[in-house]
Design a protein around this ligand. Structure first.
Ligand code: SAH
Ligand code: SF4
Ligand code: F3S
Length: 435
């Protein structure tokens, strides 16, 4: 569940458990160790855990129960409560403690009491993980370069569930990037809760991107999630100079109103945000943006909300992710007076209609245009291949030949809300992007 970082962690958990002969299975009924990697960002997070455990209990009603581990951000935030309320859970493991997972499983095989592992041991975690190869073999692979957050937006649980900002060393990251490329990765997605706050012995995200771009068979680099506060000139420049860096930036803004940004403790205002966008467009004219928005934050008036709509129309985001504000226990905003739920819902609908109409216009313009697609996999049934263009749009084409891992020029023929369908341009010389 949750963000890309959780997906990276899930892959690494599997790399670890393989060492003690626990392998992934698609068949729930044959599992002997069940791990739920959870997200705590919005409400109902814990309900989902209880719901999944309920399903598991049903499956194992007449059988010996598997070892049940709850990992991730819910484990960090509410570990004790989970263990108290649901005896079926054997252990909770926080995001900075999962390198201990094999010891925990070994202990539980012998059945001790339930265990709470939610210490912040981020240095120790990466030291342990560095010893084990990242066996991810996808064309587009995640690589966590930075974790945690020191920004403390008033609504957000991340600083409490992931701890303070920590950056991994350049050397270990380049080595892990090389593993991934040797395993077949052609695109690396650099991850961090504040990825552009990356800082290691004076080296920044821009340095890391340039270094990783030297890996010959790596064709594309992306990163997420960046914070406006850390969007420095060197990073803007790298968008101009590094051909392998893709021209889509996820730059969450949350609100278009300075009053609300201040109330949220976002540490940037709209003018500063728009200045970054302007500089990026100047550096790389085909750059596009996506963003996250919180609708109905405490104190948001209709005119504040209208400013958010105005911002969407100004920046013309190609993807917008919007959520009604959800009060999270333990965050400073938790006790603030909520706005009326019906109003918040209405605003969300109005927002999504505005964002959708911008997105539609953009997608319509792409029909009959040619895009460069990196193909990731063959579709299950037919001779169809799935890939993404430079702006991360999903594109499907027919092909009798294996396109996996290749970059091709594709003419877009049609599209729906989420996917484009196109044809490979054959009468044009096909060149790899990085060539
Ligand atoms: N580090 C990123 C975001 C991490 S959380 C950033 O700085 O923007 C992902 C998204 O979840 C946020 O961008 C925000 O839009 C949303 N989110 C976080 N806490 C929330 C809350 N309490 N209620 C509603 N949405 C929330
Ligand atoms: Fe949460 Fe704000 Fe940190 Fe993003 S910058 S993870 S929204 S506290
Ligand atoms: Fe969720 Fe934790 Fe990611 S709360 S969004 S899994 S950092």
């Amino acid at each position: 569940m949750g963000c890309q970082m959780n997906e990276y962690d899930s892959n690494r958990i599997l790399d670890l458990t393989k060492k003690i002969n626990y392998f992934p299975t698609k068949n729930l009924s044959e599992t002997n160790c069940y791990i739920l990697n959870t997200c705590h960002i919005r409400e109902k997070a814990t309900d989902k855990v209880y719901h999944d455990i309920g399903r598991l209990k049903k499956e194992f009603r007449n059988k010996k129960k598997p070892i049940v581990l709850i990992a991730g951000c819910v484990a960090q935030a509410e570990g004790d409560i989970l263990l108290q309320k649901e005896k079926y859970i054997d252990a909770v493991i926080g995001p900075q403690s999962y390198h201990q997972i094999n010891n925990i499983i070994k202990k539980l095989e012998k059945k001790t009491n339930s265990i709470n592992f939610t210490e912040f041991e981020v240095v120790e975690k990466f030291d342990s993980l560095n010893l084990i190869k990242n066996s991810d073999s996808k064309i587009s692979s995640f690589l966590t370069i930075q974790e945690g957050c020191d920004k403390f937006c008033k609504f957000c649980v991340v600083p409490y569930t992931r701890g303070s900002e920590y950056s991994r060393s350049m050397k270990e990251l380049i080595s892990e990037a090389n593993y991934l490329v040797n395993n077949g990765a052609r695109e690396i997605y650099l991850l961090g809760q504040n990825v552009n706050a990356y800082s290691y012995e004076g080296k920044k995200l821009s340095d890391l991107i340039l270094e990783i771009s030297k890996i010959k068979d790596l064709k594309r680099i992306r990163y997420t999630t960046s914070h406006p506060k850390d969007f420095t000139e060197d990073l803007i420049k790298v968008h101009k100079n590094c051909k392998k860096l893709m021209p889509l930036i996820h730059l969450p803004v949350q609100s278009g109103s300075n009053k609300i940004l201040e109330a949220m403790n976002r540490k940037h205002n709209i003018e500063e945000y728009l200045e970054i966008i302007k500089k990026l467009v100047e550096a790389k004219p085909d750059i596009k943006f996506s963003s996250d928005f919180i609708i109905g934050y405490p104190g948001e008036m209709y005119y504040d909300f209208k400013k958010t709509i105005k911002l969407v129309n100004t920046v013309e985001y190609i993807n917008s992710f919007s959520f009604i504000y959800s009060p999270r226990p333990g965050t400073p905003a938790f006790d603030l007076k909520k706005i009326d739920t019906t109003d918040a819902k209405k605003r969300l609908i109005e927002f999504q209609q505005a964002a959708e109409s911008i997105k539609k216009k953009y997608r319509k313009k792409l029909i009959r245009k040619t895009v460069k697609v990196l193909f990731e996999n063959k579709m299950k049934k037919e001779d169809k291949f799935f890939g993404r263009d430079e702006h991360f749009n999903s594109v499907i084409v027919d092909s009798k030949y294996d396109l996996t891992g290749k970059i091709k020029n594709v003419k877009i023929l049609k599209g729906n809300q989420n996917t484009f369908f196109g044809e490979i341009i054959s009468n044009q010389k096909q060149t790899d992007y990085a060539a």
